[in-house]
Write a protein that binds this ligand. Structure first.
Ligand SMILES: Cc1ncc(COP(=O)(O)O)c(C=O)c1O
Length: 393
């Protein structure tokens, strides 16, 4: 490998959400944090150089997106996903994807309206529905032939009274990479019931060649007009602290209203370092780094699967098609919900996301972030093995 993913970089003391919150959140500082969805890898060298170069100019004033920024984004979507997006459809959201989804939910729905989300799913998406006074309709997925699938009959029923659907693709937390057929069936249901679709594709850069990502942009103009599609360099290139999201809105009226909201809140300008980082990330050099990071994490997945089989058979890895997050079935352990999460924190000293946070189906699951050096993964698994052994004797 040309890039180094093995070296453990000290993140404590960098105001890291993942590494500097142990005492505040869990009452202890000796945990290995594997919950927050960012990576413990240094960013691509070309990204670091671009940010350093920009930082060397000592004025960090208000920043606009120039044509080169648009070209980077459009070039990336075309090269990586085959999506030729029209420049006029592009909007941006420097605070990130959730900020943009929040705006569109508030534009398109009223308090008391129903928003449909297949579950399990990323908990911030539930929050933005319920805390805005909208009604969350969960559509539980089904576990079929070793993978999660959508329950189309349930979706069809619930779409009748829903105004909007929020959908993560690829899927957080299960790692499912939806096929074109699945997306076509889903969009067909939503279009028939006039349900506006908000597609959160933030994890789409981090997928395997065997399971290619189908962006909603490929499903045709009609689908795109009834959708919002969110992309970001923040997951694939580990830029979460820089704040950025690219939003595709093909509906002219909705796009104008979205821009107006950004303008009112003065959030339309760019993060000075975010712009430099994104343009460096979306180059062939950035892409080469990304492909190696994906290959490294794939090896982590293999290591995890082998380790669980050999040493912790009470925990099973659900089929992990994409993203650096994995969904662990812990039904072989005697804990559920928060107790399961606390068992891992206090007995194994490993912080995993409690599956209960992702909706009603997640009670016996944990989500683990594998974007870390293998030595960190090994240490975490050994701690988990030891904790499970103690309750098994
Ligand atoms: C599916 C999904 N959407 C959105 C986000 C957050 O995106 P942002 O920080 O751009 O708001 C995350 C972060 O983990 C995520 O997993």
């Amino acid at each position: 490998m040309k890039y180094d993913f093995d070296t453990l970089l000290e993140r404590k003391g960098t105001s890291s959400f993942k590494w500097d919150t142990g005492m505040d959140y869990f009452g202890r500082d000796d945990v290995i944090p594997m919950w927050v969805a960012d990576m413990d890898f240094a960013c691509a060298p070309c990204v670091v150089e671009a940010v350093q170069k920009r930082a060397a100019h000592p004025i960090y004033g208000y920043t606009v997106r120039q044509q080169s920024y648009y070209d980077s984004v459009m070039g990336w979507l075309k090269r990586r996903y085959g999506f030729s997006v029209s420049q006029e459809y592009l909007c941006f959201s420097p605070p990130g994807v959730i900020y943009a989804i929040n705006i569109v939910v508030r534009i398109l729905t009223e308090p008391g309206d129903t928003v449909l989300i297949p579950t399990p799913n990323y908990d911030s998406l539930f929050d933005l529905v319920t805390r805005n006074g909208r009604i969350l309709a969960e559509s539980p997925m089904r576990w079929e032939n070793g993978r999660y699938v959508l329950d189309y009959e349930d979706l069809e029923r619930k779409a009748e009274r829903a105004k909007a659907l929020i959908f993560s693709s690829p899927h957080n937390p299960t790692g499912r990479v939806w096929t074109r057929e699945e997306l076509e069936r889903l969009t067909e249901i939503c279009m028939r019931h006039d349900v506006f679709m908000l597609f959160d594709e933030i994890h789409c850069d981090f997928i395997l060649k065997e399971n290619p990502h189908t962006t909603i942009g490929l499903l045709g103009e009609e689908v795109l007009r009834h959708s919002m599609v969110c992309y970001s360099a923040s997951k694939g290139f580990n830029l979460g602290g820089l704040g950025m999201a690219t939003i595709v809105l093909a509906d002219d009226d909705l796009r104008q209203r979205f821009k107006e909201e950004l303008s009112i809140a003065q959030t339309r300008l760019d993060n000075v370092f975010g712009a430099a980082a994104l343009m460096a990330a979306y180059t062939p050099e950035g892409e080469a780094w990304l492909d190696q990071a994906i290959a490294y994490v794939s090896e982590n997945k293999r290591y995890l699967a082998d380790f669980l089989k050999a040493h912790i058979p009470q925990i099973q890895l659900c089929q992990a098609e994409g993203t650096y997050l994995v969904w662990l079935d812990c039904s072989g352990l005697p804990y559920r919900g928060m107790a399961l999460e606390h068992f891992m924190i206090n007995e194994a000293r490993v912080v995993l996301s409690g599956g209960y946070e992702f909706g009603s189906l997640g009670d016996s699951f944990l989500r683990m972030n594998l974007a870390c050096p293998r030595s960190v993964l090994r240490e975490a698994l050994e701690r988990m093995e030891e904790a499970v052994r103690k309750i098994s004797v």
